[in-house]
Design a protein. Structure first.
Length: 358
């Protein structure tokens, strides 16, 4: 590959060695045009994938670009078009499985649409932190923003995004003012709880996610409503933190109570901790205690026993986020406020069974 460098005009090797180092000039569109024997306008049409260039000329231009190492100036093209092919993502928690799966889905859908991702994690879910992250993304020239909310804003009931940029929010109750995409947390928790009741369990204990979490709150509310609708006793909520350790800690307590026969954990990691606690206590899953999780992580069917859990379609969430955001980018009035719900469904495996005979 040839490299175009400036010379001092002397033609002398000694003179070049004695002269101070100079910056290497990157190949330009004019250089490509000169090598291919075409006009700069023709090179521009090839770079921008225009159709009004014959095949032989296009091949000659592409070969010249490859030969001298020319790369189109995407920044200049973005400034000219007003589009940067970049989407900003703000998220509060990088450690939870659901958030990481959502981020992966959003990034995959964005890449398929020809967009890159700029991620800004936010340590505390405050209004100022969100505003600061949005402003940073605006300075970095993004076309739109996806906010993976998950947590309640600490210093205000609702989030306010201080920008004119297109925005889609994941996992929030802000659908009256923003475009929101979420999975059906309520139905998923209802299915999990009702499945255990239908097996004959008198009640279902619940290990919830953190109180600050939107999704945990909806799952807990649905669990409670399902028990009440069935006239079943409602045990006290045990709050976890999405990690297996908190599931294990609560599982140790529940394993010591012989009346506990069914547990719904708010995610699969906590369910895994529960099953370990039951095993250590000598209580069999599912013969003595049935356990249901939420998320359907890839490893759920590799637990022992394989875990009954609620499946969330994170891929669909990511596709819908990017689809709605790109529609806003192309036509700001095309997508208004409102919440789109992606269905959840129960995957029944071997961790649930009827309660033991008394």
């Amino acid at each position: 590959m040839a490299t175009i460098r400036p010379t001092d005009g002397t033609g002398s090797d000694d003179a070049r060695q004695a002269s101070p180092a100079r910056a290497v000039r990157l190949p330009s569109m004019a250089d490509v045009a000169a090598l291919a024997g075409v006009s700069s306008q023709t090179v521009s049409r090839v770079v921008n994938a225009r159709s009004n260039v014959d095949a032989d000329t296009r091949d000659r231009v592409l070969a010249a670009m490859e030969d001298i190492g020319y790369r189109p100036n995407s920044a200049a093209r973005a400034l000219k078009s007003g589009k940067f092919s970049t989407i900003g993502v703000i998220m509060f928690t990088l450690s939870s499985f659901g958030n990481m799966r959502t981020l992966d889905a959003v990034a995959t859908a964005a890449a398929q649409a020809g967009y890159s991702i700029t991620l800004i994690p936010v340590a505390l879910p405050t209004q100022g932190a969100v505003a600061g992250a949005v402003n940073r993304l605006a300075e970095q020239a993004v076309d739109g923003i996806v906010i993976i909310m998950e947590a309640h804003i600490l210093d205000r009931i609702d989030v306010t995004v201080p920008t004119g940029l297109p925005v889609v929010i994941v996992d929030s109750d802000a659908g009256e003012r923003y475009t929101v995409v979420d999975t059906d947390q309520t139905e998923g928790a209802r299915l999990a709880t009702q499945h255990l009741l239908d097996l004959g369990h008198k009640t279902v204990w619940h290990i919830a996610g953190p109180e600050s979490s939107f999704s945990a709150g909806r799952r807990t509310a649905s669990w409670r409503a399902t028990l009440k609708a069935a006239d079943a006793p409602v045990p006290p909520v045990l709050e976890g933190d999405w990690n297996a350790e908190s599931g294990y800690r609560h599982g140790v307590t529940l394993a010591a109570d012989p009346s506990v026969t069914a547990i719904f954990a708010s995610n699969d990691q906590m369910a895994l901790g529960v099953m370990r606690a039951m095993h250590e206590a000598g209580r069999s899953v599912p013969a003595d205690v049935s356990v249901v999780g939420f998320d359907d992580m890839r490893e759920a069917d590799a637990f022992w026993p394989p875990l009954t859990t609620v499946h969330q379609d994170f891929g669909q969430v990511g596709r819908l986020c990017i689809e709605k955001l790109l529609r806003q980018i192309d036509s700001p009035a095309a997508v208004g406020p409102g919440t789109t719900i992606v269905p959840t469904h129960l995957v029944v495996r071997a961790s649930t069974a009827p309660p033991p005979a008394r």
